[in-house]
Design a protein around this ligand. Structure first.
Ligand SMILES: Nc1ncnc2c1ncn2[C@@H]1O[C@H](COP(=O)(O)OP(=O)(O)OP(=O)(O)O)[C@@H](O)[C@H]1O
Ligand SMILES: [Mg+2]
Length: 299
């Protein structure tokens, strides 16, 4: 069913490549559909590593599908099919490469904002808080420690940057870009998605510290949840049993990779060094474990 050979990059002569991200290759299938292919690329410190993480693309795809189904009562999503047999002929021809790692989705006009929700203070939010006491216009309690849970989840939008880092913006700034009504709607939906998902994940031993959603508008004018959802690539997953605020937390999925890279004399600029076999293997196991914990099933 699933491709066993790790895939670092795809290219198909009869599918039009729309974009190659750090992890996903996106193709235009026809006027109304895209094919999102999750490769086994992994990035660390913002660099793509030359070593694939076997089965990572499969885990990202299966996890997105799991959440799309679970959360579809909150907002419609773009997912059309993940089974190759339900995809158009052009995709079925590439079954060996695409199987298990591909989503056929409805194409939308993407809103140019990343809808981030944070339940814990870490990453760029922690940096902003240290500097200003605020994150994206939210004034936070004084004397928070790194990785503390926030009194309630906050909506912290960011602009989508093609290259380099996204920029955190206030909700007021987002309203200037998208209008007040749409901004309030996207904030509401994002908070509902985060709240339901993080409460569920907590019962499964995973803290979802923060996550990013993207939305678009379909041809009928409806607001649609798009992209990947609540994967380790779009979220910070922390093992709940190791949670200890006052420092940065181990990452559920990438910690072995980061720890290994920190032992090297590498300046964190591309090209990134390869990973030893045992680090890559252990990381595959972490991704499979995240899937198993969250869904209760083996992939
Ligand atoms: N239904 C959709 N309609 C239109 N665009 C979509 C849809 N779903 C996802 N996209 C777009 O597909 C792109 C996915 O590529 P992206 O560059 O984010 O890949 P990535 O591997 O996540 O890389 P990065 O880590 O750099 O974000 C995003 O720009 C996203 O907005
Ligand atoms: Mg992305």
């Amino acid at each position: 069913m699933t491709s066993t050979v790790p895939v670092l990059q795809t290219s198909f002569s009869d599918l039009q490549l729309m974009r190659r991200g750090k992890v996903r290759d996106v193709y235009r299938v026809d006027d109304n559909h895209l094919l999102i292919v999750a490769t086994d690329r992994i990035s660390a410190f913002d660099c793509i590593l030359p070593t694939p993480i076997a089965r990572k693309g499969e885990v990202l795809t299966a996890l997105s599908r799991f959440w799309f189904e679970k959360l579809s009562h909150i907002v419609p999503n773009h997912l059309v099919a993940t089974e190759i047999s339900e995809m158009p002929e052009v995709a079925r021809q590439q079954e060996e490469t695409l199987s298990g790692r591909s989503m056929l989705v409805s194409s939308t006009t993407v809103f140019p904002i990343e809808c981030v929700v944070r339940g814990y203070i870490t990453g760029s939010g922690w940096k902003d808080y240290l500097r200003t006491g605020e994150v994206c216009g939210h004034r936070l309690p004084a004397e928070l420690s790194e990785s503390d849970q926030l009194p309630e989840p906050i909506f912290t939008p960011a602009t989508k940057a093609d290259e380099g880092h996204d920029e955190n913006i206030s909700e007021r700034r987002m309203s200037e870009i998208l209008g007040e009504e749409l901004t309030a709607t996207l904030r509401n939906i994002s908070q509902q998605l985060y709240t339901e998902a993080s409460e569920y994940a907590r019962t499964r031993g995973i803290i979802i510290a923060d996550t990013k959603f993207e939305f678009g508008r379909d041809k009928e004018g409806r607001i649609i949840l798009i992209d990947e959802v609540l994967t380790p690539d779009s979220s910070r997953f922390w093992p709940a049993d190791q949670y200890a605020p006052g420092k940065s937390q181990p990452s559920f999925d990438k910690q072995f990779v980061r720890d290994y890279l920190e032992t090297l004399d590498w300046n964190k600029q591309p090209p990134a060094p390869p990973l030893p076999d045992e680090i890559a293997k252990a990381t595959t196991e972490r991704y499979l474990e995240a899937y198993r914990l969250l869904t209760g099933k083996n992939l």
